[in-house]
Design a protein around this ligand. Structure first.
Ligand code: FCB
Length: 385
């Protein structure tokens, strides 16, 4: 199987899920009941302490053979109070960029991955009149971090952010809710403003959409099209003219005449309760490419499992469908696996997505065989899949 020259082989993370101590974010505050939200099984706490241990994490990724690392920078740390920018936080994230490069990992930076500063949430979040200005100002404040970084993701999974605008909604096992229409509009506007800021700083901007591999059952074509329009397509369409589009895929959703169908009883399920379905990523790429026409990066794809061999099976199956897209002429430029580390999965540490495990007491890292496997595929430019 051939992957294009310069193809990015990497892994992804999000700040709140691995850094630990993200006390000034709305998620931390929700975890402790200080802001409204659905109760969580466990708070994020120290998470994987990657705020301090990122050099080691990067050593492991680069040492295995990967050539890129996607991570997010935390708005709540950079602008902990409205209008006040922490030089120390900016310097911290800039050190991460330099540390990645020094190891031969091309950094890809996400500006917003679900979490907001507490003040932003308290002032109305994405529903506030000046939400777009606030986000654009944050992007400008982050310019010293992203200067010279090629790939910047403005907002991770805006379709999920739109759903999470209602704090009572948790992560669904099947059938993503439609989102809040006015929040969707605001997110598209915020994205457009951030794209300008990023381009002004010399970077290439895009955003990453949670693609759902909606599959119409016989006679449910129209229902499926309508179902996908507000949940996925509006965000892919908004990426037209962007420098790239990110695809994030995990499972499929079959749609019948009445809407999403339950996962069949005999289907294999992962630790998140999602159906084991490796081709989801290929289907996501095809829809993203058809709608946006932008070069595609797979910015997340993976499986929550305690069986690392199953992680390898899933990833091999997924990559085979990525290769098929490339063979069909789709401009796919990278595959970044979710996730580099086991992490705080928005309420619980149980769903383990990581290529690297770690000890809950000592934080000692335990790379899994899947990391070595993905690294060997990367070193071989995809041969051996
Ligand atoms: C995506 C999120 C990511 C992680 C994976 C499993 O929706 O972007 O943070 O939770 O799902």
């Amino acid at each position: 199987m051939s992957f294009p020259t310069g193809f990015l082989w990497g892994a992804s993370t999000a700040a709140h899920q691995i850094e630990g101590g993200n006390v000034n974010s709305d998620w931390w505050q929700r975890e402790w009941g200080h802001l409204p939200g659905a109760p969580v099984e466990a708070p994020s706490g120290d998470a994987a302490d990657s705020y301090h241990r990122y050099p080691l994490d990067m050593d492991l990724l680069a040492g295995a053979g990967l050539n890129s690392y996607r991570f997010s920078i935390e708005w709540a740390r950079i602008e902990p109070e409205r209008g006040w920018v922490s030089r120390a936080a900016i310097d911290h994230y800039r050190r991460m960029v330099d540390a990645a490069r020094a190891r031969g990992l091309q950094p890809m930076i996400t500006l917003h991955h679900f979490t907001n500063p507490v003040w932003f949430a308290r002032d109305g979040g994405w529903r506030a009149d000046d939400a777009v200005d606030r986000f654009a100002r944050y992007a400008e404040a982050a310019l010293p971090v992203i200067e010279g970084v090629d790939l910047i993701c403005t907002i991770n999974e805006p379709n999920m952010v739109s759903v999470l605008a209602d704090p009572q909604v948790g992560f669904p096992a099947v059938g993503l809710p439609p989102g809040v229409p006015e929040v969707t509009e605001t997110l598209v506007e915020a994205h457009r403003r951030a794209v300008e800021v990023v381009r002004g700083g010399g970077g290439r901007a895009g955003w990453s959409v949670a693609t759902q591999a909606y599959q119409p059952q016989p006679g449910a074509q129209a229902v499926t099209a309508e179902y996908g329009a507000s949940r996925e397509d509006v965000f892919l369409d908004a990426a037209e003219g962007d420098d790239w589009i990110g695809v994030q895929a995990y499972t499929r959703t079959r749609i019948g005449a009445e809407g999403p169908l339950p996962i069949p009883d005999d289907a294999e399920r992962t630790l998140t309760g999602w159906e084991y379905y490796p081709p989801a990523v290929g289907e996501g790429i095809r829809n993203a490419w058809a709608r946006s026409g932008a070069p595609v990066y797979v910015t997340e794809n993976g499986i929550a499992t305690a069986d690392d061999q199953r992680r390898i099976d899933y990833t091999r199956g997924a990559l085979q469908t990525v290769a098929a897209c490339i063979e069909d002429g789709i401009d796919v430029r990278g595959y970044l696996h979710w996730s580099a580390l086991d992490n705080y999965e928005w309420g619980s540490f149980r769903p383990t997505f990581g290529l690297i495990g770690w000890d809950r007491e000592t934080f000692e890292r335990h790379p899994k065989p899947s990391l070595a496997w993905l690294g060997s595929i990367a070193r071989a430019d995809g041969n051996g899949l």
